[in-house]
Design a protein around this ligand. Structure first.
Ligand SMILES: Cc1cc2nc3c(=O)[nH]c(=O)nc-3n(C[C@H](O)[C@H](O)[C@H](O)COP(=O)(O)OP(=O)(O)OC[C@H]3O[C@@H](n4cnc5c(N)ncnc54)[C@H](O)[C@@H]3O)c2cc1C
Length: 380
């Protein structure tokens, strides 16, 4: 179990919520983890169970079906899910898509989507990345051109989390291709709109239970009222939501690293070599001590960042630094934890193998760590 006894970011209500999250995951997630990994997708039953228990989109206001809580509740779900070794896309819905809809959506859009996102009846995605561009978002080539009261969307997206499951996707498209960043808009597109096509569920190195897909848009017609917020403001919205997305990735990375450490401790205390436990070798104890120190420092930093974010003070540069540091640290910790398992660590039946393969992507998605350094450097 994830030890939260020395954490400072949470109060008693967060602790009670954490108990609920653990119970739901114990019942609905842990027994199905391997099946989800094999099937390459988390089934809707899990989303509905999370919705019923209040785990989805905790910050959404009560008038839109949510609980109106602070981001600390999102963090609890992220920590528990990553500590459980799951890569389900529920946090993308809670931390990212719900935020966009609630902050920039019209009343009609909020009433249409948020209550169903809270219950898990509507699964969502956000499609920024394209085959030709990822880091350089201004260069997206997908267009949403006006035709009377409609936009006609053409283009393709790739690596989209929840891409197979999604009922609604926020599509990043150029409403005016001549304007660069100022021509970018966010358009809400229902998956059953004619011309919206789901491509392959992509075969990845890790995060096998997260469905990650290509999406194709061929003359997809949506009313102009589907534009999220103001036309041409998409890039500004994307930039202003980055701190929360990046903090969420940092939190998930740290919780997964903690699980890798805990796995290494229990494995080395059990495994014997040369007449003693592997834990008793000085190399093992020093390696574990090094890992433990990094984890301790990291949790303190996350509590600081979380408190700042809840107060609305966390800057984009601070969140980018957190994403970079915690995901780099995750990479180091999972590697050390796997090494301490010996050959067993390379076997997929061991949790540490999953933590190792799932960790690699956190340095890439949500903006690569090179881009994080670029953002941090601009604040110097
Ligand atoms: C599992 C998974 C899930 C994802 N989910 C989503 C999703 O839900 N929605 C979505 O829109 N996208 C998603 N992505 C895409 C992800 O955000 C992009 O892969 C990422 O932003 C990098 O873009 P890219 O792949 O085009 O790499 P590129 O931008 O082509 O980068 C290639 C290399 O060049 C480096 N580079 C690029 N620009 C610079 C620079 N200015 N300075 C220094 N180095 C630079 C990069 O750091 C990287 O090392 C996902 C990706 C994965 C793997």
């Amino acid at each position: 179990m994830l030890d939260t006894s020395t954490r400072t970011a949470f109060n008693e209500d967060h602790a009670m919520f954490r108990d609920t999250v653990r119970k739901v995951f114990e019942r609905e997630l842990i027994p199905n983890l391997d099946r989800y990994e094999q099937e390459g997708i988390v089934d809707r039953k899990f989303w509905l169970a999370c919705g019923e228990a209040g785990l989805l989109c905790p910050t959404v206001k009560e008038e839109y079906g949510g609980l109106g809580l602070d981001f600390g509740y999102n963090a609890v779900v992220t920590e528990e899910m990553n500590y459980a070794g799951s890569s389900a896309g529920i946090t993308l819905q809670s931390d990212i898509v719900a935020e966009y809809v609630e902050k920039y959506g019209s009343e009609e859009q909020k009433l249409k989507y948020l209550p169903k996102m809270v219950t898990g009846k509507c699964i969502t995605a956000i499609a920024m990345t394209e085959p030709g561009t990822g880091s350089d978002l201004q260069a997206v080539r997908t267009t949403a051109l006006k035709d009377g009261n409609h936009y006609v969307i053409n283009g393709s997206k790739t690596y989209i989390t929840n891409g197979q499951n999604a009922d609604m996707t926020i599509v990043v498209a150029k409403t005016d291709p001549s304007l660069g960043a100022k021509g970018v808009s966010l358009i809400l597109v229902d998956a059953d709109t004619p011309g919206y096509k789901k491509g392959r569920n992509l075969d990845k190195v890790g995060m096998h239970s997260a469905d990650t897909s290509e999406l194709f848009f061929e003359d997809v017609r949506v009313p102009i009222t589907n534009c999220l917020g103001a036309e041409g403001q998409g890039f500004v919205y994307l930039m202003s939501q980055l701190p929360q997305e990046r903090l969420g990735i940092a939190i998930g990375a740290h919780a997964a690293a903690q699980r890798a450490f805990d796995e290494a401790v229990s494995f080395t205390k059990d495994r014997k070599a040369f007449g003693k436990t592997v834990f008793e070798f000085q190399n093992t104890k020093f390696t574990l001590a090094d890992m433990k120190s990094q984890l301790q420092v990291g949790w303190a930093h996350l509590d600081w960042a979380l408190a700042r974010h809840i107060r609305g003070e966390l800057t984009t540069a601070e969140a980018s630094a957190a994403k970079q540091w915690h995901t780099d640290m995750q990479g180091r910790i999972v590697d050390m934890a796997l090494q301490l398992h010996g050959g067993a660590g390379y076997m997929n039946e061991y949790m540490v193998a999953r933590l190792y393969r799932d960790a690699r992507v956190t340095r890439i998605f949500g903006g690569t760590n090179e881009i994080m350094k670029e953002v941090v450097s601009r604040s110097i």
